[in-house]
Design a protein around this ligand. Structure first.
Ligand SMILES: Cc1cc2nc3c(=O)[nH]c(=O)nc-3n(C[C@H](O)[C@H](O)[C@H](O)COP(=O)(O)OP(=O)(O)OC[C@H]3O[C@@H](n4cnc5c(N)ncnc54)[C@H](O)[C@@H]3O)c2cc1C
Length: 428
């Protein structure tokens, strides 16, 4: 096969964005994807922050396969039977001006890969890349089955397994402490039922996250609900190490979540049409030594770019931003006529103004998310307090301060709670 300026491995958001940027600049780009069509088997919760798309595609709102624009955000704390939630609804502008939207990966990834093709990249589906060609310390192409393809640069966008980044010596084997596990169900419901149950209209959507019982009070874990146009995605994200110590299977967790009294009503009459599971990267230090080598760049999930803020999950916009930065770096290296590590360092400087500050901030948030009181003690206190506040059965109601004290008693001291609140405030 002919030689390419760049081979991109994986047509997820990182790979297709990177291929788009390079092809648009006139480079000869091959985009390889193991599934027949991009996105066919890709799993995620459902929400995409659109800032990178809006910058790259001026007509994205007219073209992109958006299910719904997010106008309703819910953060909930659950125990076995109750739920306390904070609901934020913004209809200040039109839904289309919302900063995020709900999408389905089979449609979204296909659309994005077609954008790369339209820009001039050659997309080949049904092709799994098995290895890298490395000569004199430089990555010079890829191996797929019995085929070898030469390229000046390889962009690894194969997702969380990061096999090629490991082969390139940028990463160690994936350890259980470096991943989370996400499980998702898609439940079919009519548009009208979804609109009525979530108080939405037309192309308005909801993004909801929950902590506490949906994930058996495990730390840094939670559940999500996203409204598609005619289905609802629900799921849980859990730490596999904690899960192995808890006496519950992840399938059981999602079942419990689906049957929780506050969920059951929202999902009633729906039919589960899809079940999927996938790994999610825990952030790894984003150092040049983990991302770049001569003729090779690691992007998206392969580079560990995922953020769990507790109130939102983010990976797709980081994948696209890193794909864009990688694409720009390869374009510059091409103009310099050399694809060495030094020339490709432009990738790292591109990330410095986008993904890296977010990742640094997320590291701080991560410390908060490992405080077990946030996932067990405080949900129980909040639910007990609300119950006492709103259940009036006579003439003996106590004041709010006394009810709070009663619910905190034996669970957490006031000083501890204030310290946790201050710590969360400083790190979120
Ligand atoms: C349960 C769950 C919920 C999530 N929720 C959200 C959310 O709501 N919002 C959000 O922004 N992010 C979310 N994420 C994270 C998000 O899905 C990822 O961060 C994002 O998809 C990363 O994009 P990527 O392009 O790096 O990798 P991927 O999307 O994983 O794409 C990698 C592509 O490479 C292909 N591939 C893999 N190996 C090879 C190979 N050897 N050869 C050829 N092709 C290969 C794959 O088939 C795939 O198409 C969630 C993830 C999970 C698991």
């Amino acid at each position: 096969m002919e030689k390419f300026d760049a081979v991109v491995v994986g047509a997820g958001p990182a790979g297709s964005t990177s291929a788009f940027v390079m092809a648009k600049a006139g480079l000869k780009v091959l985009l390889l994807e193991r599934s027949k069509a991009a996105g066919e088997k890709n799993v995620f919760g459902g929400r995409i922050y659109s800032h990178v798309l809006k910058r790259l595609f001026s007509n994205f709102e007219d073209e992109a396969p958006v299910e719904r624009y997010v106008v309703r955000e819910t953060i909930g704390m659950m125990d076995d039977s109750d739920c306390v939630s904070l609901d934020f609804v913004s209809r200040r502008d039109t839904p289309r001006s919302a900063c995020s939207f709900v999408a389905r990966r089979n449609r979204f990834d296909k659309w994005l890969s077609e954008k790369a093709e339209q820009a001039g990249a050659l997309f080949v589906g049904g092709t799994k890349v098995d290895d890298l060609i490395i000569r004199d310390g430089k990555v010079c192409g890829i191996v797929s089955g019995s085929d070898t393809i030469e390229a000046d640069c390889v962009v690894d966008a194969e997702g969380v397994t990061a096999a090629l980044s490991r082969r390139a010596g940028l990463r160690n084997d994936v350890a259980p402490s470096q991943i989370k596990v996400g499980v998702k169900e898609t439940i079919q419901l009519s548009r009208q039922s979804i609109n009525e149950r979530f108080s939405l209209s037309d192309d308005e959507g909801a993004a909801c996250v929950y902590i506490g019982q949906p994930t058996s009070f495990l730390t840094a874990s939670g559940a999500f609900v996203y409204t598609n146009s005619e289905s609802i995605s629900i799921g849980v994200v859990v730490d596999p190490l904690e899960l192995s110590q808890a006496r519950i299977e992840v399938q059981e967790m999602i079942e419990k979540f689906r049957l929780h009294p506050s969920m059951e009503r929202l999902l009633s009459g729906g039919k589960v049409i899809e079940y999927s599971a996938h790994m999610i990267p825990n952030s790894v230090p984003a150092l040049p030594s983990n991302l770049i080598r001569d003729g090779f760049l690691s992007t998206g999930d392969a580079a560990g770019f995922f953020i769990n803020h507790g109130f939102t999950y983010r990976g797709v916009d980081l994948a696209m931003a890193s794909g864009e930065a990688a694409g720009n770096a390869v374009v510059e290296a091409h103009s310099l006529g050399s694809y060495g590590r030094e020339e490709l360092m432009r990738y790292y400087s591109g990330l410095s103004s986008t993904v890296l500050p977010e990742m640094e901030h997320a590291e701080k948030t991560g410390e908060v998310l490992h405080n077990e009181r946030i996932f067990s003690t405080y949900p129980s206190i909040a639910i007990g307090f609300m119950e006492d506040m709103f259940r009036i059965n006579g003439f003996d109601r106590e004041g709010a301060a006394s009810l709070l004290k009663k619910n905190m008693s034996g669970r957490v001291s006031t000083l501890r709670m204030l310290r946790d609140a201050y710590s969360a405030y400083r790190r979120m």
